[in-house]
Design a protein around this ligand. Structure first.
Ligand SMILES: *Cc1c(COP(=O)(O)O)cnc(C)c1O
Length: 355
């Protein structure tokens, strides 16, 4: 589950092609102009008009009653489980989920929750696996309170949960009295790729959020949505954790700009990911997972180059990407164009030839 970027090497050339993560996107000039023009107020007391406009936009986009702007996606996940669960409760999630491996143990450390790791291919568990993990409510076992999915499933390869599977999970959760939470860090990648609207994709989910600092290209923040009562309760945790802000409209303006200008173009990132996968799969010995969105996972070992060597050799050529969970992850985004994809494929071919 380790995310290992290339080793820091002061002698390495500057990075020209950044496939490390969609978190590396920089605000564009036009986005910065929108930020500079933003009307602002005191977010903490609900007085920042730009933040309020963003929250209304996202609540509407996801078909929920209300929404709240957070400094990070992690805080969206953490405040959501803090509201949904009580100490000792059990959350069910895929074993590769961000809430398990990448949030510093927050759900256990702050909430006192345990997370059961469900197995399944491509970062997803089946409705049947979920059903089998449920147990009757007894005094012996932890109350099972929340089921959480990641749309798209990051470590699973940026895969898209099918709407039918999501609906079935919601149905099973309802039957058993569990709350449903969707980690939508890359939800809009899933909706753009599948053609299913965000509102339909999150229908039935009690809480859902989108990240603006990933492929949408904004510098900061995520927006968490749900019922009015849920969002009111989330606000208390936001305050407790120090996540209430002041003139956050400067950043929210970047998010509104991203909703207006950076959503449809996610399709370009997906096309670039497919082009990268196609090029890599034509190199003998390289195993590539067919991408569904903007994440390309591949393994060069069969071509005689271990993953970490490949990452280091690419870094020497000005390309940065990371090892993740034993494979290499390349992430396409706003700041990567198709000629850089071709260039990267050429370098991989060159490195394999030299091995
Ligand atoms: C990035 C990410 C998060 C956390 O978002 P931050 O804004 O980095 O805190 C949560 N879940 C998934 C699937 C992610 O990829």
């Amino acid at each position: 589950m380790l995310y290992t970027p290339p080793p820091i090497d002061p002698k390495a050339p500057p990075v020209r092609i950044n496939l490390l993560s969609d978190t590396q996107t920089k605000p564009t000039a036009a986005m910065r102009e929108a930020m500079a023009r933003a009307e602002v107020g005191d977010e903490q007391v609900g007085d920042d008009p730009t933040v309020n406009a963003l929250c209304e936009r996202v609540a509407d986009l996801l078909g929920k009653e209300a929404a709240v702007y957070m400094p990070s996606g992690t805080m969206c996940n953490v405040t959501a489980t803090l509201v949904h669960c009580r100490p000792g409760d059990e959350i069910l999630a895929h074993e590769t989920a961000h809430i398990i491996a990448r949030e510093g143990g927050a759900h256990a450390a702050i909430g006192g929750f345990q997370v059961t790791q469900l197995k399944g291919a491509d970062g997803q568990f089946t409705p049947e696996t979920f059903r089998k993990a449920l147990h009757p409510r007894t005094r012996y076992q932890p109350p099972q309170t929340v089921v959480s999915v990641e749309q798209t499933a990051n470590i699973g390869g940026g895969t898209i949960w099918k709407k039918a599977a999501l609906d079935e999970i919601v149905e099973i959760a309802r039957q058993h009295g569990l709350v449903t939470h969707m980690d939508g860090a890359r939800l809009l990648n899933a909706t753009v790729a599948s053609g299913i609207s965000p509102r339909d994709m999150t229908a039935g989910w009690d809480s859902a959020w989108i990240d603006f600092s990933k492929g949408l290209g904004a510098p900061i923040g995520g927006v968490l949505a749900g019922s009015r009562a849920f969002i009111d309760a989330v606000w208390q945790w936001k305050q407790r954790l120090g996540g209430s802000m002041r003139q956050a409209g400067i950043c929210a303006a970047a998010c509104i700009y991203a909703l207006d200008h950076h959503v449809d173009r996610l399709a370009d990132d997906h096309a670039n990911a497919r082009a990268l996968a196609r090029g890599l799969s034509q190199i003998a010995g390289i195993e590539v997972q067919e991408p569904e969105t903007n994440l390309v996972f591949f393994k060069p070992d069969g071509a005689g180059v271990p993953g970490d060597k490949m990452v280091a050799a690419l870094r020497q050529r000005g390309v940065t990407l990371a090892m993740m969970d034993g494979r290499i992850r390349a992430c396409t985004h706003l700041d990567v164009n198709v000629s850089q994809i071709e260039e990267t494929i050429g370098y991989v071919r060159e490195i394999v030839r030299g091995a």
